[in-house]
Design a binder for this molecule. Structure first.
Ligand code: FDA
Ligand code: NAD
Length: 435
């Protein structure tokens, strides 16, 4: 039987949140051997957003060690030796298959036992699969999902083999939009398919979406809306050859990429930790209902102080900040101190082609579009405000400068009163620049 290992702190999951938590432990003072990170991935924590951007751009490829955490927030990169030098034990290629929170014990797939005093759960999300919806033929070769480095590597191999071939992208969310752009840049012929009347309905208004749909169409991307992939045909090698749509149409395909959402990985903790809204319920310090167990990143449903409700956020900025908050809280509690509650301002962003947008705040209420959202413009710059109960609470901006992005963040945080939507529409970006 494998030797039992014991640590003061264990982080289960080795993604973005784990990497930023390790940095915060180091900043707060860490003794060698106190902290272990257990990850089923073969590499130390890296900035996951790179996978759908630079990493799969075959013309201008970024690669590891370029995007180890904390590169994404302008911090020092934590190479494998960083963990060694700072006495952090990294268990890679190690999947935890059982967590007994009462006994403070984790067990890996190979039977390795880990004991901890304090646990940080940072297991992130897994992709939703078309087979979860019972779509026939969804296990054919060359149908890809993207979550981890290994997925990206498989996709890159297929893109090289099927160079100049046909790609169908299923899903019109973050993965759908970012991957369609990457495939096009890599010279594949791209068709997007999604069920909604416009892309990214989780965040975009119809006006915002019409810009991106127009821009993508001008880049030669074919968009099929209002239907879903209902099945796949394969060739004699078992590779996907056609996507059968629910409305009866078919699309030829050498490669299919699916981005139909993600689900938090919380099965290890089922029945042991209180859940809410699909995640592990935490307080403003990311403490779960079980003493000495914290949850951060995608899996945490935490109090969003600004809007006075409980939310789960599947974005990198929150993964970083929640991890830092949890570690600060752990260290403060040990010293008998307290820290301020987590007071998060939602921040989402994306980049595709030469486009780049940022969003801060909440996307509920009345909306006002401003700026130039003509997809044929040489330098489009436009945005949208969300107004609720007379206050500006959310701002989206495409093509903003660093200062303008700072200004929209400030506005979303301060929630200034809005005299009328007409005034906002007329003033456009100068409204937030003057706050
Ligand atoms: P994360 O998924 O980073 O890490 C979880 C880790 O836990 C993984 O290494 C996993 O293998 C491991 N794990 C899970 N179960 C385990 C077990 N039982 N045992 C051991 N290890 C286990 N956001 C954004 O704001 N802007 C962006 O541009 C992007 N872009 C982007 C691109 C792509 C391709 C993806 C998939 C996601 C994004 N995101 C994003 C979302 C962002 O990356 C995501 O919210 C954070 O990575 C979440 O960080 P976590 O640490 O919670 O999970
Ligand atoms: P998503 O929730 O952004 O989009 C899912 C999309 O799937 C929906 O918009 C819809 O168009 C589509 N859909 C749902 N059911 C479908 C079906 N049966 N057939 C076809 N389409 C269907 O999820 P995602 O794009 O898969 O992203 C996965 C995760 O990765 C999320 O957590 C996301 O936040 C994260 N991510 C974030 C970024 C970013 O923040 N820039 C980038 C990439 C990934």
């Amino acid at each position: 039987m494998a030797e039992e290992k014991s640590f003061k702190y264990v982080i289960v999951g080795g993604g973005v949140a784990a990497g930023y938590a390790a940095r915060e432990f180091y900043k707060q003072g860490l003794k060698p051997g106190e902290l272990a990170i257990i990850s089923r991935e073969p590499v130390p924590p890296y900035e996951r957003p790179a996978l759908s951007k630079g990493y799969i751009n075959l013309e201008n490829k970024s690669s590891l060690p370029g995007f180890y955490v904390c590169a994404g927030s302008g911090g020092e990169r934590q190479f494998p030796q960083w963990y060694k030098q700072n006495g952090v034990e990294l268990f890679l290629d190690t999947e935890i298959v059982k967590a007994d929170l009462a006994a403070k014990t984790l067990v890996s797939g190979t039977g390795q036992v880990f004991k901890y005093q304090t646990l940080i759960a940072a297991t992130g999300s897994s992709v939703t699969r078309l087979s979860d919806f019972g779509v026939e033929g969804a296990d054919a070769k060359n149908i890809f999902y993207l979550r981890e480095l290994v997925d990206a590597d498989e996709l890159i191999t297929a893109m090289n083999i099927k160079a100049n071939g046909k790609a169908v992208v299923v899903g019109g969310g973050y993965i759908g939009l970012e991957l369609s752009s990457a495939l096009k840049v890599n010279s594949l012929e791209v068709t997007m398919v999604y069920p909604e009347p416009w892309c990214m309905p989780r965040l975009f208004t119809a006006d915002i979406a019409s810009f991106y749909e127009g821009y993508y169409a001008n880049k030669g991307i074919n968009i099929v809306k209002g239907t879903v992939a209902a099945g796949f045909k394969t060739n004699s090698d078992g590779e996907v050859s056609e996507v059968i749509l629910k409305d009866g149409r078919t699309l030829e395909a050498d490669i299919v990429i699916v981005g139909v959402g993600a689900r938090p990985i919380i099965s290890l903790f089922k029945g042991q930790v209180e859940e809410e809204k699909g995640g592990l319920k935490t307080d403003a310090f990311f403490r779960t209902s079980v003493p000495d167990v914290y949850a951060v990143g995608d899996i945490a449903t935490f109090p969003m102080k600004l809007y006075n409700d409980m939310r789960r956020v599947e974005h990198v900025d929150h993964a970083r900040k929640s991890a830092e908050q949890a570690v600060k809280a752990i260290k403060a509690a040990e010293e008998g101190n307290s820290i301020p509650e987590y007071d998060y301002l939602p921040y989402f962003y994306s980049r595709a082609f030469n486009l780049s947008w940022q969003f801060y705040g909440d996307n509920v209420g009345e909306t006002v579009l401003f700026g130039d959202n003509d997809p044929t413009s040489a330098k489009p710059k436009f945005g949208s405000y969300w107004i609720k109960e007379g206050k500006l609470i959310g701002v989206f901006l495409e093509g903003g400068s660093p200062d303008e992005n700072k200004a929209i963040a400030k506005a979303a945080r301060e929630q200034p009163s809005v005299e009328s939507v007409e005034v906002l529409s007329k003033e456009g970006l100068s409204f937030v620049n003057n706050i």
